[in-house]
Design a protein around this ligand. Structure first.
Ligand code: IMP
Length: 437
């Protein structure tokens, strides 16, 4: 079985958790490569509903190695809480779970900086999840980050913390009038985490490459989505990591030649949490209906998600920048009962028609989406497991998505349970992307 990267193609919350959970059955190793506890992957199994923030959902299967790669930023408190919750539900976490020694840590001051910075931005705030993600990645790039491996070397950890807090406390107190942090208190707190996590912190690039050399297959689990990627997303309204497929290489220490296939997950409509442009957003009762039927509330923050029509321009771009080999379309059943459906095929702005994703945020914020209108369907698709049992209008809708996006659909999700899925073809199967770009 080849290696497969799974990424979100919109603004996150595409239902990657369920898709990764299904695909994990056929993989030997599952690895997260970016983001942190800002992510929220929901998986519904016979044993109940599980929400994952950091640990790859593959942990639900016995015998799979689950890895947090170097590209992830780890909040040890959040991680331990997640481990405890899983263990309380009978999930075993031991040798099947590894954390990269190169993964950067989230420290209490990262959350304080983020909170103060967001507040001071007023209407220009990003609408972050408040998990300290951006400041932790900023420290990584500024070369003052503290890594998971540093937890194993207390004197080094302490020295780095002391040096950082010397500067950060002044910054917090003088610029934001926020109380600083005590070195000793933070040190003791993190040494407690070190005690719990020390058996898990290892050289994961070696682990992953050795597994590949043995012929095992690795599933790379993306978080957030392409349009939240720090390079390819709607900057600055993005997260601070590489959520697109390229991040799978830099975020794990597995070379790009070994990534092999990339599956993009797309909701049958579009959602977004937080601020930033959203050309196909619906602020009317149709949008409210999607939000209600799709239970569109963030699994990390509980915030309502903004909802809108499917955007072919977003997806076409995601096909290109990720080199998608196939797509999984989720939440098709949420569209049941819609009389008509709209698909965005381009953006109109200043007399021009944009068929490709503009980088200019002003264009994206002020453009008028150009729509194609299709008939909806009245029959329920919830729980449908074969393509032939879908209403003809749903098949036409999906075919049109494939054409617009230039990528084949391998999986269709028709409900939250594992069984409520149509698998047209294994995404591990060989086939080149049909990108039209
Ligand atoms: P941050 O990742 O907390 O810095 O937030 C930056 C932006 O990414 C905000 O708009 C968040 O709402 C959004 N975001 C971060 N993680 C997720 C996610 O898992 N799903 C959807 N949106 C997310």
């Amino acid at each position: 079985m080849p290696n497969l990267v799974v990424v979100g193609t919109q603004w996150g919350d595409e239902g990657k958790g369920k898709i990764v959970d299904i695909l994990a059955r056929d993989a030997d190793v599952v690895v997260r490569f970016q983001g942190g506890s800002n992510a929220g992957h929901t998986v519904v199994t016979d044993r109940g509903t599980f929400v994952f923030h950091l640990i790859p959902s593959g942990i639900l299967y016995r015998g799979k190695l689950c890895v947090i790669g170097n590209g992830v930023v780890v909040d040890p408190a959040a991680l331990i809480e997640e481990m405890d919750r899983l263990e309380a539900k009978g999930v075993k976490i031991g040798k099947n779970f590894a954390i990269s020694q190169r993964a950067h840590l989230i420290l209490p001051y990262h959350k304080a900086i983020e909170k103060a910075a967001e507040q001071s931005k007023g209407s220009r705030r990003i609408g972050t999840t408040g998990r300290g993600i951006g400041p932790s990645y900023a420290d990584k790039m500024a070369r003052i980050g503290i890594r998971a491996g540093d937890l194993l070397n207390p004197p080094l950890f302490r020295a780095k913390l002391e040096e950082n807090l010397g500067e950060i406390n002044t910054f917090l107190e003088r610029l934001y009038q926020v109380k600083g942090f005590h070195v000793e208190k933070v040190f003791q707190e993190y040494m407690g985490y070190a005690e719990r996590l020390k058996g898990q912190i290892v050289e994961t690039s070696l682990l992953l490459n050795r597994a590949i050399d043995r012929g095992q297959s690795v599933l790379f689990e993306g978080a957030q989505g392409t349009h939240l990627d720090v390079d390819f997303g709607t900057y600055p309204y993005v997260t601070s990591s590489s959520a697109a497929a390229g991040g799978a290489a830099t975020g794990t220490g597995v070379g790009p030649t070994k990534l092999e296939r990339v599956m993009g997950v797309a909701k049958a409509y579009t959602t977004r949490v937080g601020s930033g442009p959203f050309p196909t957003e619906l602020t009317d009762e149709i949008g409210c209906g999607l939000q209600e039927r799709g239970k569109e509330f963030g699994s990390t923050t509980g915030r309502p998600r903004r909802c809108g029509w499917f955007d072919g321009v977003l997806l076409r771009y995601a096909t290109r920048v990720n080199g998608l080999s196939s797509l999984a379309v989720t939440k098709l059943d949420v569209l049941d009962g819609c009389k008509e459906l709209k698909l965005c095929t381009g953006y109109r702005y200043g007399g021009a028609l944009y068929k490709e994703m503009p980088a200019d945020l002003q264009v994206l914020s002020e453009c008028q989406p150009q729509y194609e209108v299709m008939s909806g369907w009245t029959a329920a698709t919830t729980g449908v497991t074969t393509y032939k049992n879908l209403p003809v209008q749903a098949k036409r809708y999906l075919q049109r998505i494939e054409e617009l996006v230039g990528c084949r659909i391998d999986m269709i999700s028709t409900g939250s349970k594992r069984s409520e899925t149509i698998i047209l073809r294994s995404p591990f199967a060989p086939s080149r992307a049909r990108s039209k770009s």
